[in-house]
Design a protein around this ligand. Structure first.
Ligand SMILES: Cc1ncc(COP(=O)(O)O)c(C=O)c1O
Length: 392
């Protein structure tokens, strides 16, 4: 491998994923496969850019250099065949703040917001914390995989007078990469009922062979797009993300919200990292996708014929695993796996009502670590079946 380098020795680096093991007093050799950052080093070209920034020896007030917005425009055109203009781009500190800003600036308290679950939990937590009403529409699990339930969505849109929908594409945690026909049907439904569409596409670079990510804003330029280089390039703590909005009036409303909070400047480190990532590192993305897809196949093959049933994936680095055969709740199962198998997965029930019965596994780590984690899971299952007491 030329650009992708694993790093699993991350203890005592202020890593949330690793250092929470000590904080929670979990067994010290617990394998953490929960929070969504990668055990993969930042690309050397980005690191060099950041080193030369630090070598300037001053971290004073900065100006957003035009090469930053242009790198995003060029990247979206080159990699995703999507045309936007530099002035549509607003920089924000992270995607979750962008979600909250959309809710606060474009809806009113008590307005109903549609959330398609199971989904990354801040989607509904943000709606609750901004005093809007969460209306869930659950994805349907067919033998072919998860699909949106358009009938259910439409009846809820009408019944609750939905103002906004928070869309996740590709979808965390079920790993779907939405197809053109699905996106068209989704958009026409939202248009029919004047629902504001906010589309979080932070996972757009993790797309497996045979699938293609289609940015929603490319199909309808009234869509508000949220993105960040933070997932693809492992830059979460660099705190730079983008809100992409064509309509000037909407952009102004969103911008004034950030200005009310005094957030005029953005992290120079994040701006530089993003610019390099989107202008020089396409080969890192290609290599990374191959690594993740091969990790997914590895876990699928190791867990085959076990009570951990892997849901087929089309993208992202987060595997969705059905554990209903274990007769434990997701929460019980997560806790016991940490304590007894020393593998830390995410409890699926936190992703919404239909997440119960599932766990989420982050596979953006080394194959060696995944093999060890799966062996521990399998050994744990074996030990349970040898014990006389049923699993609780
Ligand atoms: C769909 C989705 N959106 C947003 C985020 C978080 O983005 P940020 O750290 O920029 O708020 C995540 C992190 O896992 C995610 O999966």
């Amino acid at each position: 491998m030329k650009h992708v380098r694993f790093k699993t020795s991350r203890h005592h680096t202020h890593s949330r994923k690793y250092d929470s093991i000590f904080l929670n007093q979990y067994p010290l050799d617990t394998i953490p496969l929960w929070v969504a950052d990668m055990d993969i080093e930042v690309d050397e070209r980005i690191l060099q850019g950041l080193h030369s920034y630090l070598n300037e020896k001053i971290l004073g007030y900065n100006l957003e250099d035009p090469t930053y917005a242009q790198s995003i425009v060029d990247y979206l055109r080159r990699r995703h065949h999507c045309d936007i203009k530099p002035n549509w781009i607003m920089t924000t500190p992270n995607v979750v703040s962008s979600i909250n800003a959309c809710l606060l600036a474009l809806t009113e308290p008590d307005d109903a917001v549609l959330v398609i679950e199971p989904v990354y939990m801040p989607f509904f937590k943000s709606v609750e914390s901004t005093q809007r009403k969460v209306i869930f529409s659950s994805l349907k699990l067919l033998p072919s995989g998860y699909v949106m339930d358009f009938e259910d969505m439409e009846s809820k849109i009408v019944e609750h007078k939905i103002k906004m929908v928070l869309f996740c594409s590709p979808h965390n945690p079920v790993g779907r990469v939405w197809r053109f026909e699905e996106l068209e049907q989704f958009l026409s439904l939202m248009k029919k009922h004047n629902v504001i569409v906010v589309s979080d596409e932070i996972h757009m670079d993790f797309i497996f062979e045979g699938h293609k990510h289609i940015p929603l804003i490319g199909l309808d330029d009234s869509v508000i797009m949220l993105m960040s280089a933070s997932k693809t390039f492992n830059l979460a703590s660099a705190h730079v993300s983008q809100l992409i909005v064509k309509d000037g009036r909407t952009r102004k409303k969103l911008m004034s919200l950030y200005h009310q909070l005094g957030l005029f400047h953005h992290h120079e480190l994040g701006l530089r990292a993003t610019t390099i990532a989107y202008s020089q590192c396409d080969d890192f993305i290609d290599e990374l996708c191959e690594v993740i897809e091969s990790n997914v196949q590895l876990v699928e093959s190791l867990l085959k014929d076990s009570p951990f049933t892997v849901i087929p994936m089309e993208g992202t680095y987060l595997m969705w695993i059905d554990i209903t055969k274990l007769n434990l709740t997701s929460c019980q199962c997560q806790k016991r796996l940490i304590k007894e198998a020393k593998v830390w997965l995410h409890d699926g029930s936190i992703f919404g009502p239909t997440g119960e019965g599932y766990l989420r596994m982050n596979v953006a780590t080394s194959p060696e670590q995944l093999i060890e984690a799966c062996q521990r899971l399998l050994l744990w299952v074996k030990e349970q079946t040898h014990e006389s007491e049923p699993l609780k």
